[in-house]
Design a protein around this ligand. Structure first.
Ligand SMILES: [Zn+2]
Ligand SMILES: [Zn+2]
Length: 261
């Protein structure tokens, strides 16, 4: 195994966390940045993302970090540093998941929830050397400088601080059963290994609620959209939290609470 492949294998098992041992590498930021700039819109890739339920957990949260930290210009009140592409992708993934779960029988449910294929970022990390690493990044940008900026997570911390009181985090991720409105994330349902008809029905309602809030959030980031609400602002974190687990936003909320900006 080459050094790059060993590093990639080590990375994909690693949760993304806001500390130097778990931060995004230069290679990851470069790939995610280029993914944001076009790959995600390609039809075949979108289909693969539907089959894999997005990227792996590390790179899904990394995708949000890279978009929110590095994408400085945008439409709507915030005019940048917002999860626009993330919002569009998760409207699509939630719609697909809601349809598949609604049509599913108990025996096929774990298979519906299981990702198929491989995360495209993990696949590219494992591949041969990535051109431009160590030199210029995407469109001449400096990948090392972008990586430092992404890992500071300044704007992510702000999104977390503004929405934290509205979260209903997975009880297993959060290690608490106090929140009666919370549902298990996809990863913890898979770990449990079953989903009854009743649980599936209430899960479909929760996922539909999240999707309904994601729509005005995405609209608020367009030229004609109205400003979003707090609940809509929290919806993209609910979407990623359900698909990929809440470890990352909970850790960010924790370190934000310990050292407020
Ligand atoms: Zn990945
Ligand atoms: Zn969980």
């Amino acid at each position: 195994m080459t050094k790059a492949a060993a590093l990639a294998t080590a990375r994909e098992d690693l949760e993304l966390l806001p500390d130097p041992d778990h931060n995004l590498s230069v290679e990851e930021v470069k790939l995610l940045w280029s993914f944001l700039h076009g790959d995600i819109m390609i039809g075949g890739i979108r289909q693969r993302l539907r089959e894999h339920w997005g990227l792996c957990p590390r790179h899904s949260w990394g995708h949000a970090v890279v978009e929110i930290e590095l994408w400085q210009a945008g439409a709507g009140l915030r005019a940048g540093h917002q999860p626009f592409e993330i919002g569009i992708l998760y409207e699509d993934l939630l719609e697909t998941m809601i349809r598949k779960l609604s049509d599913s029988r108990p025996r096929s449910r774990m298979s519906v929830l299981t990702p198929r294929g491989i995360c495209p970022i993990c696949r590219d990390l494992r591949g041969p050397a990535i051109p431009g690493i160590g030199g210029g990044g995407y469109a001449g940008s400096d990948s090392a400088a972008l990586t430092i900026e992404a890992n500071e997570m300044i704007h992510m911390r702000q999104w977390v601080a503004e929405t934290r009181t509205l979260w209903h985090a997975c009880p297993s991720c959060a290690s608490t059963r106090d929140d009666v409105d919370a549902v298990l994330c996809r990863r913890h349902i898979l770990q449990r290994g079953s989903l009854t008809d009743e649980d599936a029905r209430s899960l479909v309602v929760k996922l539909s609620d999240t999707r309904e809030l994601l729509v005005p959030l995405v609209e608020s980031m367009t030229q004609t959209g109205r400003p979003s609400t707090g609940l809509a602002d929290a919806s993209w974190i609910h979407a990623l939290g359900w698909f990929h687990g809440w470890t990352f936003p909970l850790a960010l909320a924790q370190c934000g609470a310990e050292s407020p900006l």
